[in-house]
Design a protein around this ligand. Sequence first.
Ligand code: IFM
Length: 453
Amino acid sequence: MNPPLPQHPLQHFPADFVWGVATSSFQIEGAAHEDGKGESIWDRFCRQPGAIADGSNGDTACDHYHRLEADLDLIAGLGVDAYRFSMSWPRVQPDGRGAFNEAGMHFYERLVDGLIARGIKPYLTLNHWDLPQALQDSGGWAHRETVHAFVAYARFVAKRLGERVAAITTHNEPWVMAVLGHETGLFAPGIRHRGTAMQVAHHLLLSHGLALQALRADGCTSRLGIVLNLSPIGPATPSAEDVAAARLEDGRSVRWYMDPLFKGEYPADVWQHLGVDVPQVQPDDLAAINTPMDFLGINYYTRGVVSASGAWSAQTSGKPLTDMGWEIVPEGLTELLTRMHRDWTLPPLYVKENGAAFQDTLVKGCVHDVERTDYIASHIAAVGDALAQGVPMAGYMVWSLMDNFEWASGYAKRFGIVHVDYATLTRTPKDSYLWYRDFLLAQQRLRQQALAA
Ligand code: IFM
């Protein structure tokens, strides 16, 4: 028997609110060595012993590359307005500079045309982490030349697809690429050096701003923006030490990105804290980063709690946890969105990723994922609460369409609303998919009633 549907806040959402679902190239496509695709830093990183928890890689992933039409039908079956996907830069331009690969472009043209044919708006992300390895070999994001290579790639893609896609995101989660990729080394390319990480963050932001300027100069009609992973960060206790530590972490993970993007400056407290690890910034860089955007995307999964001693742990906080060990805190999303609205002057805001990993069981063709369904429903309600408080929310997208390669966790963590059997690659919609579909249908009816009134 299906679990009862969670309550949902139908009343909060405007008629033009964009409902969607999201994926990324490396996590689902597979076909890692086909049709002229170049190597990405994640292809290389997966080969490092111990880098991926289950020793897996993205060679096959969900085989989306070969199952495009069926997957498009799954997306259409949800009734979403939009599908957010990313392009694999090395599939489109194997070395990250020089020749483009028509076979790779053809895949994304089929994807975009297939969405449009099904009445779904394509939301394209240019960089969801899978940098061409050839660029990494000459310094990667730490090297300023990669900024210019990215702008050239962005211009090529926008010229080919810009009129067909509703939105182009430059980068997904620069903090992750900078810090997990270059400071802790947990993600590709596996570098451990804080100064490098801060230079990478700066170059990602700079390439975003320069790409926006170039695309607009080229006459690109898509809406342009960036997607940040953000959390509200609070102290574990009211002690002065914990409050200071939380403020610094907020600076490193939130203000370090929001201030240059929306105020054209880096936060002074973090700059001072970084000492010799501050990035090299050239005179016009911050003005470029501060280029106005058409939207800001936010990925939200959990809150951040900081103690100066490092003693705080989500495991003992008393809050329910997902399979990633992340606390489930829907009210943290409302807190984050209202704070963003208060502290910066923002364009329309989208939650571009929100969802949860849980251990699912497939029984007789069903996955009764009550916890995931509750997670999604409660976070949609949290977005509704932010809207009711005046935050300019324009859309919400579930992460993720289907179970996929969860980076350093491999395939063990399942975020999908569609179950993937990795032995057979069979897709099975979970109860959360059915709930989201029914929720969107109800939204659709409300829209029609509003139009008729
Ligand atoms: O799977 C990732 C995604 O690629 C980026 N945002 C967070 C998700 C869950 O960890």
